[in-house]
Design a protein around this ligand. Sequence first.
Ligand SMILES: NC(=O)c1ccc[n+]([C@@H]2O[C@H](COP(=O)([O-])OP(=O)(O)OC[C@H]3O[C@@H](n4cnc5c(N)ncnc54)[C@H](O)[C@@H]3O)[C@@H](O)[C@H]2O)c1
Ligand SMILES: [Zn+2]
Ligand SMILES: [Zn+2]
Length: 365
Amino acid sequence: MSTISPERTGGSGLTPPPIMKAFVYGGIGHKSIEDRPKPVIVDSGDAIVRMVKTTICGTDLHILKGDVPSCDPGRILGHEGIGIIESVGSGVTAFHPGDHVLISCITSCGICENCRKGMYSHCTTGGWILGNRIDGTQAQFVRTPHADTSLYHIPRNAEEEPLVMLSDVLPTAFECGVLLGKVGPGSTLAIVGSGPIGIATLLAAQLYSPGAIYMIDVDDNRLEVAKRLGATATINSKIEPAIERIMALTQGRGVDTVVEAVGIPSTFEMCQELVAAGGTIANIGVHGEKADLHLERLWDRNVTLTTRLVDTVSTPTLMKTVRSGEIDPSNLITHHFKFDQILQAYETFGHAAKTQALKVIIDFD
Ligand SMILES: NC(=O)c1ccc[n+]([C@@H]2O[C@H](COP(=O)([O-])OP(=O)(O)OC[C@H]3O[C@@H](n4cnc5c(N)ncnc54)[C@H](O)[C@@H]3O)[C@@H](O)[C@H]2O)c1
Ligand SMILES: [Zn+2]
Ligand SMILES: [Zn+2]
């Protein structure tokens, strides 16, 4: 273990702390690769993980736009990835140096009131903190608190790269979209937003055999991917009136489930137009702006509106569906970069219409 206590980092004549490369949010629109001290164990439940692969989330783009006030400038971003345990605190029992691990985007203590309800996203000493309130995974090393209950062993012989999609994308799609949206056999589903989260919702929804899945986006390439991966029909809402199209496809009823996977007011309002009587609007998008809820139209429609920050309670289940081949998350991976190309990776991910990117993998070796 090569940890150096913070007290030894400043004084003259002492060994300087080991330095690592990290991707840092510098305030709205500012991002850079910086040298940072390698993290050290702070609490007994911590692990230090050497990153092997990470990725970029739509939420990271929201942070760069200033939509996430909890994330201060100076923060190392990233809440997804896989790595190898470098060292663990004295209280960690389930993981050892050398173990290959999946890092959950949600950190959970497992014992606070919210964790005991399975609501890990609101763990009183965790939740979505990585790459938000504490430094994240877009760096050569990351400190993961509550390691025993926030990391997952990667099974021996597993193909590791697709498992990066289990840090956030797949559990988010499954929990916030498919489960809360009550997708069921024969039901109709519209997914607004055909980005990685929307496409992952499309993949996870098919576990439940819905009758029809309609995908809406403004990017023809992403819609083509959706079509190839099982969408019944796709609608480019920049070109066609999406609400009229869905009404025509559903004999004027609307859909049983509508999933919001964009995170802007206009798409949230569109969802309210698309939902059938008795249906569910399952919001996934991170909203940085006020969005209107039209109760004057919806009050008598028996609809349910759900919101959720992913809890990642479904990660072990999803790991099994990936290993059995029922869900193939490698369908979401379009680009590969080395860590020193991460600025280019952000450009590519941020201009998906031009680059045809879905998830980009960033390799550290
Ligand atoms: N609730 C959670 O726990 C959670 C977890 C992860 C991500 N998210 C959020 O989910 C959302 C989707 O994530 P992503 O990674 O797929 O993001 P993304 O930005 O890659 O994808 C969003 C998609 O929406 C499309 N879009 C933009 N404007 C549109 C419009 N007016 N009409 C239709 N489509 C439009 C874009 O073309 C893009 O394909 C983001 O808001 C992200 O922050 C939420
Ligand atoms: Zn995310
Ligand atoms: Zn907790």
